[in-house]
Design a protein around this ligand. Sequence first.
Ligand code: NAD
Ligand code: DAU
Length: 335
Amino acid sequence: MKLLVTGGAGFIGSNFVIYMLQQHPDYQILNVDALTYAGNLENLKSIENHPNYTFAKADITDVQAMDALFSQGVDVVVNFAAESHVDRSILEPDVFVKTNVLGTQVLLDAAKKYNVTKFVQVSTDEVYGTLGATGLFTEETPLTPNSPYSASKAGGDLLVRAYHETFGLPVNITRCSNNYGPYQFPEKLIPLMISRALADQALPVYGDGMNIRDWLYVEDHCSAIDLVIHEGVIGEVYNIGGNNERTNVHIVKTVLQELGKPDSLITYVQDRPGHDRRYGIDPTKITRELGWKPKHTFETGIKETIQWYLNNQEWWTRIQSGEYQKYAALQYGSR
Ligand code: NAD
Ligand code: DAU
């Protein structure tokens, strides 16, 4: 099988490429990534010389570049490439629409022209908007995105759906909850808190810290996508999540406790505009119909993740010293 993976130099994409080469060493993987601030080829050091792995630096919104890559022959597309950070989408929505909506459409056109056997759109629970105190997101929950990021992801999802309905393109859409694990960019909650706590910097918790996210270890997301590639019923949407709802303040206190740092580092700051209160995935469909089961509990996964960041300080300090500085100055000032 020849897999074209977009965004394979990012957090989940690089974990996915490594996972797939371990599970299916005979598959050919073409990783297509524009290497934005979030893309990092260092993540892929362990497999860069694998005989079945190729990398192409290209932007998914570039029609000619995508045509040239697809013309080499592609069986399955897995589209991870996206602008992924909600806070950045509040500062700069345009690039989110460009990559997440237009980029998806460019890929869909190429997939249609070259008759791929499946197009998997890697989406997010954020397209469903926010939950109140009870209930869970199912695949039937209406899309009511609240941030420019989630609206752009919902736009991409709707195009994927439309290419299936209109052109018969064989598609699946996956919608996963919050991921954590190795290689997550240190702007996201867990690695941000680890890196700042280690430097004894204030930990900015938005609002009252009681917003809830549903956490899944990245490898469990990868195994779910692997299953959807092989067993997913064409045209179907699959929610992915491991029933691990936690408040943000619980996450931050767990990080502090693991690192032996005081809770006094927590600083409550102004809330994120449009901040979704609670996410919770109902994974019944993928569990019952495809037999997916996560391997990691939150308690072990978070410990392993903190240990990974302790063991790989060079990886994230290098990132923090680059282009990230400009964003960090805007977001955290002198805190
Ligand atoms: P990330 O920001 O770490 O990685 C995104 C990757 O896409 C980077 O390597 C970047 O260089 C690349 N990219 C961005 N724009 C591109 C373009 N125009 N052309 C080609 N490549 C481009 O993101 P992530 O957290 O790994 O998320 C990956 C996907 O999974 C996204 O589609 C995101 O919406 C989805 N998702 C993420 C989570 C999560 O918790 N992180 C949960 C559910 C779904
Ligand atoms: O739910 C899936 C989504 O999870 C993915 O689609 C997104 O790509 C991914 O970035 C993530 O979005 P969130 O907004 O949930 O993740 P983030 O790490 O930015 O924030 C998690 C929670 O922590 C959220 O409620 C906001 C809060 N937070 C975040 C940061 C960065 C803080 O309180 N302080 C912070 O500094």
